[in-house]
Every structure is written in structure tokens, then in C-alpha cells.
Design a protein around this ligand. Sequence first.
Ligand SMILES: Cc1cc2nc3c(=O)[nH]c(=O)nc-3n(C[C@H](O)[C@H](O)[C@H](O)COP(=O)(O)OP(=O)(O)OC[C@H]3O[C@@H](n4cnc5c(N)ncnc54)[C@H](O)[C@@H]3O)c2cc1C
Length: 154
Amino acid sequence: MTNLPGHPNVITGPELVEHGQEHARRAGAEWVTADVTALDPAGQSVSLSTADGRIFEAEQVVLTTGASVALARAAGLTTRPATEPHIKEAIVVDAQGRTSIPGVWAAGTAAGVSVHVIVTAGDGARVVLNLISTRKGQRHVDHDVLMQAPAAVR
Ligand SMILES: Cc1cc2nc3c(=O)[nH]c(=O)nc-3n(C[C@H](O)[C@H](O)[C@H](O)COP(=O)(O)OP(=O)(O)OC[C@H]3O[C@@H](n4cnc5c(N)ncnc54)[C@H](O)[C@@H]3O)c2cc1C
């Protein structure tokens, strides 16, 4: 990968993915690798079936399947012709990143946003912040904030 702001020297795609996974693990995420073959909204949850026979239940799912919308299509999500170069089809999302099926969100190239990492990664973050904020009922911020200065006494 030759053109990524913040990385003036070349970083390969696999290196970037490894760094991201390591960062996520340090933040408490469990990383599971699997080929997801089916996505099935069932009541309050979404069921994910994998090629190796496992089934995962999730309250919320964010699809970031890149150039492929095969899983989304098979699940009945609404798609549209894509406008980004080399991308045929994209998942239809609202301004928050919600797809046509409750509990299923989409971001990045799969949502037709871009084919540039800095934008697709940022879009993933944006959509996940929307998801967390929706669950919390207030806007979520995931880093330190400056304390508000006390009002000047006159
Ligand atoms: C050769 C090449 C060079 C590039 N160079 C640059 C560059 O220099 N700068 C730049 O900004 N961009 C570059 N890009 C583009 C950039 O890699 C993509 O735009 C970006 O990675 C898209 O991010 P994404 O998260 O939306 O999808 P992706 O990074 O494509 O991730 C999608 C992931 O979903 C997985 N997936 C799909 N379906 C399933 C399923 N059913 N089950 C499980 N997993 C699934 C895929 O295997 C993949 O790992 C390059 C792309 C290529 C191919």
C-alpha cells in the first residue's frame, strides 16, 4: 500500500490489518476469522453462519465486506449500483449507516463510500460510533476530552 496518509513509507495491506487487529485485541476485542456464508435476522438478534459450521448470534452486525456484497444480497439487503471505480454494487444505507434490515449496518467500500483506506476506515469508525450512540441513547466519545473551563467570575 503506497498511498496512506500517516504512513509516509510503504506499509503493506497485511501489515496494516495486523496492526489494526493488534490494536483491537488490546482494547478487549476477540478476533474470530471465518468465512461468513449466511446472515439471518431472527427476532431481536442476527445469526451468522460460517463455512466451518459455526453459528454466531449478534445483537448488531456491521458489514465491511469490501468489494463483495454477496453476503448482503443473499440476506436480502437492498443494494444499488455502485459509483466508485471498479466496484459494481453497494449496500444501501441511511445517513447513519443502517441497512434495510434492522440490526445490520454497513460501512466502507461495501456501503459504496470509497476505495481509499483512510476514508473506508473512517467510515467504519463513523458507523460504529452511530451504532454505540444509538444503544447508549447519547453521543458516544471514545477518548479523553478537555474539561470545560469554569465560567469567568466578574
Ligand atoms: C492492490 C491494491 C492496492 C491498494 N492500494 C491502496 C493505497 O495505496 N491506498 C489506499 O488508500 N487504498 C488502496 N487500496 C484500496 C483499499 O485496500 C480498499 O479501498 C480498502 O481496503 C477498503 O476497505 P474496506 O474495509 O471497505 O474493505 P476491505 O479492506 O476490502 O475488507 C473487506 C474484508 O471483508 C472480507 N469478507 C468479504 N466477504 C466476507 C464474508 N462473507 N465472510 C468473511 N469475510 C468477508 C474480505 O475477505 C476482506 O478481508 C488498494 C487496493 C488494492 C487491491
